[in-house]
Design a protein around this ligand. Structure first.
Ligand code: SDX
Length: 428
C-alpha cells in the first residue's frame, strides 16, 4: 500500500502524518501521534470521518452502492451462495471447498443445542417481554453456561465460542419467539439447513409434523446473507469496543444486540413496517412524506437513508426482489408492499430525498417478507441480530488478532464548568 503524508499546521507548528492507502476506498491519515504532537484532539461526533480500525472483511462504496464481503459482491452471494458459505467466508477469508463447507456445517449443526438449564432462564421474563429484551439477556448469560470458551487469549476457545454463538443464536431467537407466544420450545433438528432448522424451531408445534417450505427456507437464507455483516456500523463498533477491553465474546455480542435494537439501526425494520401499516394506503403517502421533510417533526421515513450509502443500498435491491418472489410463490398479496413501492417511487422523485441522497436501505423491504412468512414485527430485529452475529464474531476475531489493537478510549471536547470550590449547603 503506497504511503504519502498530510501536513497539519496548528499553534504555529507544522506536523506530518502518514497517509495510508487501503486495497480500495478512501485513504486514511494516521493521527495516532496527533495529541502527543499538538496537545489537541480531533473532533468527530458520530465518527463520520473516522476509521476506527483496519479490516479486510467488508468493503462498502456508499456512492456507488457497492457491498463486498471479502471481495465478493453481495448480489452474487445472495443469488449464488448460502448463509453457511458466507459465514465461512466472513470468518476464514475465503469461500470454502466442498469438504470444508461440509465440515463447517457439521460443526455449526452440532453446536445448535443450548444448555438445558437455559430454558429455566427464560422463565424469569414476562410472556409479553420484547424478544430483543430476551435475546440481550440470554446471550449475555451464555458466558455463565459456556465458561470453558471465554478465555480470549486461547485461539481454540475463541474458535469454539465463535461456533457456539453462530450456532446457538437461531435456537435462542426461536426460543424467544416461542416463549412470547406461550408455545413449548422446539429442539434443533440436525437434518435441516441452518435456515430450515430455525424455521422449524420457530413455527413447529408438537401437535403436528412440520415440513420446511423450500421457498421460505431459501428466502430466509437470503435474508440472513443480506444482514450478515456491514463494515464498522454502530453495533459492530460496539462489539469491537467491548472486545477491546478483553470482555468475553458472549458479552460483546450481547452489547452488539443492545445497540442494534435502536430504531436508527437494526430496529428500523420493525419501525418501518409499523410506519407502512400506519400509512395504510397509497393516498396517505404525501402526508408522511411532508412529515419526513418537516424539520419540526421528529418523524423520519424508516427504512430510508444511510450514513454510508448515498446511492441505493444494494441489499435493498435484492430484498425487494425476494419480497416479490416470496409474495408471489406464497400467493400472498400484501397491500403494504404496494404502499412500500409507491412510497419509494414518490420519495426517489422528491427533491428533498434526492438532494440528501436518501434511498431505501436494507430495512425498507425486509419487514414485508418477514411478515408474509409469519413473524410478528417484534421478531424483525431479532432476525437481524441472528444474521449479524456471524459478522460481529468475524469482526471480533479480527480485532482480537490485530497487532495494532488497543483498548478503545475516545477523548472529548470539554465544555463544562472549570474548577471551582465546594460550598456547604448552608451557604448555597
Ligand atoms: C441500518 O451503519 C450501517 O451500516 C447500518 C446498517 C447495517 O447493516 O449495519 O446498514 C443497518 O441501520 C440501516 C439504517 C436503518 N435506519 C433507518 O432506516 C432509520 C431512518 N434513517 C435515518 O435515521 C438516518 O438515515 C440514518 C440514521 C440511517 C443515517 O443518519 P445519518 O448518517 O446520521 O444522517 P443524518 O441523520 O445526518 O441525515 C442527513 C440528513 C438530515 O437532514 P439535515 O439535518 O441535513 O437537514 O438527511 C435527513 C436528516 O434529517 N434524513 C432523513 C432521513 N434520514 C436522514 N429525513 C427523513 N427521513 C429519513 N429516513
Amino acid at each position: 500500500m503506497a504511503d504519502s503524508s498530510a501536513k497539519l499546521e496548528i499553534g504555529g507548528n507544522t506536523h506530518d502524518y502518514a497517509v495510508k492507502d487501503g486495497s480500495v476506498g478512501p485513504q486514511v491519515i494516521d493521527i495516532r501521534k496527533l495529541y502527543a504532537d499538538t496537545g489537541a484532539f480531533t473532533y468527530d461526533p458520530g465518527f463520520t470521518s473516522t476509521a476506527s480500525c483496519e479490516s479486510g472483511i467488508t468493503y462498502i462504496d456508499g456512492d456507488k452502492g457497492v457491498l463486498l464481503h471479502r471481495g465478493y459482491p453481495i448480489d452474487q452471494l445472495a443469488e449464488q451462495s448460502s448463509f453457511m458459505e458466507v459465514a465461512y467466508l466472513l470468518l476464514r477469508g475465503e469461500l470454502p471447498g466442498k469438504d470444508e463447507l461440509a465440515e463447517f456445517k457439521t460443526t455449526i449443526t452440532r453446536h445448535t443445542m443450548v444448555h438445558e438449564q437455559l430454558t429455566t432462564f427464560f422463565r424469569g421474563f414476562r410472556r409479553d417481554a420484547h424478544p430483543m429484551a430476551i435475546l440481550v439477556g440470554v446471550v449475555g448469560a451464555l458466558s455463565a453456561f459456556y465458561h470453558d470458551s471465554t478465555d480470549i487469549s486461547s485461539p481454540e476457545q475463541r474458535r469454539i465460542a465463535s461456533h457456539r454463538l453462530i450456532a446457538k443464536i437461531p435456537t435462542i431467537a426461536a426460543m424467544a419467539y416461542k416463549y412470547s407466544v406461550g408455545q413449548p420450545f422446539v429442539y434443533p433438528d440436525n437434518n435441516l439447513s441452518y435456515a430450515g432448522n430455525f424455521l422449524k424451531m420457530t413455527f413447529a408445534v408438537p401437535a403436528e409434523e412440520y415440513v420446511v417450505d423450500p421457498v421460505i427456507e431459501d428466502a430466509m437464507d437470503k435474508i440472513f446473507i443480506l444482514h450478515a455483516d456491514h463494515e464498522q456500523n454502530a453495533s459492530t463498533s460496539t462489539v469491537r469496543l467491548a472486545g477491546s477491553s478483553g470482555a468475553n465474546p458472549f458479552a460483546c455480542v450481547a452489547a452488539g444486540i443492545a445497540c442494534l435494537w435502536g430504531p436508527a439501526h437494526g430496529g428500523a425494520n420493525e419501525a418501518c413496517l409499523n410506519m407502512l401499516r400506519e400509512i395504510g394506503t397509497v393516498d396517505r403517502i404525501p402526508e408522511f412524506i411532508a412529515r419526513a421533510k418537516n424539520k419540526d417533526d421528529p418523524f423520519r421515513l424508516m427504512g430510508f437513508g444511510h450514513r454510508v450509502y448515498k446511492n441505493y443500498d444494494p441489499r435493498a435491491t435484492v430484498m425487494q426482489k425476494v419480497a416479490k418472489d416470496v409474495l408471489e410463490k406464497m400467493g400472498v398479496s400484501d397491500p403494504i408492499f404496494d404502499v412500500a413501492k409507491e412510497l419509494e417511487h414518490i420519495a426517489l422523485n422528491d427533491p428533498y430525498f434526492v438532494e440528501k441522497k436518501l434511498y431505501p436501505n436494507v430495512d425498507f423491504y425486509s419487514g414485508i417478507i418477514l411478515s408474509a412468512i409469519g413473524f410478528p414485527t417484534t421478531m424483525f430485529t431479532v432476525l437481524f441480530a441472528l444474521a449479524r452475529t456471524v459478522g460481529w464474531v468475524a469482526q471480533w476475531n479480527e480485532m482480537i488478532t490485530d497487532p495494532a489493537q488497543k483498548i478503545g478510549r475516545p477523548r472529548q471536547l470539554y465544555t463544562g464548568p472549570t474548577q471551582r470550590d465546594y460550598t456547604p449547603v448552608e451557604k448555597r
